[in-house]
Write a protein that binds this ligand. Sequence first.
Ligand code: APR
Length: 263
Amino acid sequence: MQRAARGGWYPLCTFPNPARERTAPASARGYAAGVPRIVVLTGAGISAESGVPTFRGPDGLWEGHRVEDVATPEAFDADPETVQRFYDARRAALTTVEPNRAHRALAELEAAVGDDLLVVTQNIDDLHERAGSQRVVHMHGELLSALCRACGRRTPFRGALSDHPPCPVCGAVDLRPDVVWFGEVPYRMQDIQQALASCELFVSVGTSGAVYPAAGFVQLARVYGARTLELNLEPSEGSPYFHEARHGPAGLLVPDWVSQLVD
Ligand code: APR
């Protein structure tokens, strides 16, 4: 994951060259089984009304912590205890929050359209799943999962990694949070790219558009011909790239949008 370019360098991006893809024939957009027609990208803003802090902004997590201290592989190598405790606290806090109307509306949409919806989330909480969504890609990993640095396996995890539990697969005491840090490659990028290339509608909910590659999904979806809609509390860095942007709390905007689709 990369920080956004602010008037300087262009973020590293594994996407196809837009100039070339623009000429792709419309017939290239296939709808094989399992290929979603709607892709919803969610960010911290969708969980804000549940009480999970966002990253940027006045009370954001990155106001209280330096990214470099807790969200890079280098930070973990330098001070694993601090990093483990940071994520242990966030994991423990999950037990105090519940899905909100926006999560539930997306689960209702999935119940109505099934495989035609894919939720791609940058969030590491489990609120989409607890609301009932089943087709969710956690591109930045999950708090309720641990990654073994010895054997590379990802296993469900609910405790405190600062207690130094062994890996349930290989027994090594070398577990880290299963989250994607700055400088690491997000999960399932190939699946996401395929979904973006095939969808008819791309909707972004509660994300600042400040972190790539997710911030570039709107442009990729557009290149392939999708209609694009932003639902966010306020105008974001990404707003100019969307066909339409609606501003307000996700707990209102998402149920409204879903009811337009399924009623
Ligand atoms: N409803 C809708 N949007 C909201 C709400 C709300 N109730 N509250 C806040 N927002 C919006 C903010 O206006 C902001 O644009 O959500 C966005 C949250 O932005 P960030 O805090 O930057 O979170 P996100 O975009 O998910 O961050 C991306 O950055 O630090 C990394 O790995 C981290 O996955 C994260 C990534």
